[in-house]
Design a protein around this ligand. Structure first.
Ligand SMILES: [Ca+2]
Length: 142
């Protein structure tokens, strides 16, 4: 029972403090609805942001992206992360410009026509030498 009284007392003090700050003008409330203007402005900003994101999602719903995919070490797929293009308009020049850039090299084999489709890497895998010159466990070391 005393816990409930303490909780009610804390709430009463908080409400009283809020009302005093509101009455003295420390908390601005232009329309007098007991909701601070700062909170109302933030809520309005968030509503505008959400509407903007919803509009963008609606406009870009059919949007597709283009990636440059390469082959590393003859077997691992790799995505070029310097440029992500669109299907329409198909801007190969952006990929070429970035690939030719000093810091834009793609450390993988890829189809230089930048066309989507099956691609067979030309470089062969580096495999360990077949011949093994190391001594067997039972061999003499001297
Ligand atoms: Ca208000």
């Amino acid at each position: 029972m005393s816990t409930l009284l303490v909780i009610l007392g804390v709430i009463a003090v908080a409400v009283a403090t809020y009302l005093v700050l509101l009455y003295t003008g420390k908390i601005k409330d232009a329309d007098g609805d007991f909701i601070p203007d700062v909170v109302e402005d933030k809520v309005e900003d968030i509503k505008e942001d959400v509407a903007e994101v919803k509009a963008l999602a609606k406009v870009l719903s059919g949007n597709q992206i283009r990636l440059l995919i390469g082959v590393k070490d003859g077997k691992y797929q790799s995505v070029y992360t310097k440029v992500f293009g669109r299907i329409k308009p198909e801007r190969d020049d952006l990929f070429v410009k970035n690939l030719n850039d000093e810091y834009g090299t793609f450390n993988a084999e890829f189809d230089t026509t930048l066309a989507w489709g099956p691609f067979s890497p030309q470089l062969s895998l580096v495999t360990p030498d077949a011949e093994d010159d190391s001594p067997e466990e039972g061999d003499d070391w001297v």
